[in-house]
Design a protein around this ligand. Structure first.
Ligand code: ZN
Length: 422
């Protein structure tokens, strides 16, 4: 099963805008109520039997079950007779809110995410129609949605052949309303095999990307100038009275600029990913957890650069273009010589050049790191570099059993060695 999301700018009529806002309000109320219910249940189970806690606890009888998704969606159905407002919104949309809350609670344990928050009107920005039914709901540049009716949108690209629209998500952004369509196609896509020109990539802060081919790509200049603009606007904020109309206007301006920055950055990431796929048949990157990075010393700049987003985009573009993509062990990439595998010791941040006293290999520091990444990746998938001077079999940098992780990659390496033998 293949699934993708296409985003279109919606052109709602004033009535539809009102309807969308109304839906968001009801969704928000449902979310906040359901979250309160869960929090109360937890609090009432935390309190000791023989002592009361300092904060007062709403006492819930011991036999009341934990309000999970099924409990809550049943009580939502019951609540509809009492609160007619709930009936104004599509039932599945509201159920989806509860499902999202359930996922949010599960993700605390699964992914280490934070505790879900109560939402004010600025935080509740989207809702989803999980099913669009069998009837004809797409026509020209319009989509028929429950309650909203025919919603017009800017058809910036066609839905590809063979795909069916499964879900529609309505999102409010600073620059207006958007509709995101989840497309699905019932095909099996074969796994990409590591083939073609291999490229290792090193990500960094003073330059964005260095490739093992010696190319160094800087961070885009326009982002820093946009950030300067943002700073300017934010500084003006303190002169505006809280709750005033002018402050509201300025906040909207800031929100639009934020969106412009994130759109521009995303666009640049996509272009860069395609550029890399143009030259490479196989791409390796370091396996870095950027959340840890961001928490450490580089906080703002790391988040600015959006490395995590770039890697996700790169992975997707690679998959789309049939380029093999893999992550490799990140340790000591800057401390080993890519030519002869000698440990050259730790480099300071100011050392911009890699020089190996053993073999005399000299190159840009980040390029050397990228070459290590490439060599590790190749030995991980069992391929040997075609380049004569680097091809020395077992001597490849970072050759280690830990890199040959799964059975699948071992199988691949077996196949690759057969290929190179024949
Ligand atoms: Zn060397």
């Amino acid at each position: 099963m293949l699934s993708m999301t296409y985003e279109y700018k919606a052109i709602p009529t004033p009535e539809q805008v009102q309807m969308i806002e109304q839906t968001l309000t009801v969704c928000r109320k449902v979310w906040n109520f359901a979250l309160r219910e869960r929090k109360d249940w937890y609090a009432s189970r935390k309190c000791q039997v023989n002592a009361c806690s300092i904060t007062s606890e709403y006492i819930i009888p011991a036999d009341v079950k934990y309000p999970n998704y099924y409990e809550q969606s049943a009580s939502l159905t019951r609540a509809k007779s009492e609160f007619p407002e709930l009936k104004t919104v599509n039932a599945q949309v509201l159920q989806q809110v509860l499902r999202k809350l359930e996922t949010a609670f599960l993700d605390i344990g699964r992914k280490g995410m934070g505790f879900p928050r109560f939402k004010n009107k600025y935080r509740m920005r989207s809702f989803v129609y999980p099913q669009l039914g069998k009837s004809q709901f797409l026509q020209g540049n319009k989509i028929k949605l429950p309650q909203l009716g025919w919603l017009e949108y800017v058809k910036s690209r066609e839905i590809p052949d063979g795909f069916t629209v499964k879900q529609a998500l309505i999102v409010r952004k600073a620059s207006g309303y958007f509709v995101m369509l989840t497309l699905e196609c019932d095909v099996n896509v074969p796994d990409v095999i590591p083939d073609g020109h291999p490229v290792g990539i090193d990500l960094g802060l003073d330059k964005f990307v260095a490739t093992s081919d010696g190319e160094v790509i800087d961070r885009p200049r326009f982002l820093s100038s946009l950030h300067r603009q943002l700073k300017l606007l934010q500084r003006r904020l303190k002169h505006k009275q809280k709750g005033s109309n002018n402050r509201h206007k300025l906040n909207r301006k800031i929100a639009r600029l934020h969106q412009h920055i994130s759109d521009t950055r995303k666009d640049w990431h996509f272009k860069l990913a395609h550029k890399l796929c143009d030259i490479a048949g196989t791409i390796f990157v370091e396996d870095i957890d950027f959340r840890v990075w961001a928490k450490a010393m580089f906080s703002k700049h790391t988040l600015d650069a959006g490395f995590g987003q770039f890697l996700n985009i790169l992975k997707f573009v690679c998959w789309k273009r049939g380029v093999y993509f893999d992550k490799v062990d990140k340790n000591y990439t800057s401390q080993v010589c890519p030519q002869c595998d000698t440990h050259t010791g730790k480099k300071e941040l100011k050392d911009r050049v890699h020089f190996c006293p053993e073999c005399g290999y000299t190159t840009h520091r980040d390029v050397a790191a990228a070459q290590i990444v490439r060599n590790r990746g190749l030995s991980g998938v069992g391929r040997i570099l075609d380049n004569k001077e680097n091809a020395c079999g077992d001597g490849l940098t970072g050759t280690g059993n830990s890199l040959v992780k799964s059975l699948r990659s071992r199988k691949k390496s077996y196949e690759a060695s057969l290929k190179s033998a024949s």
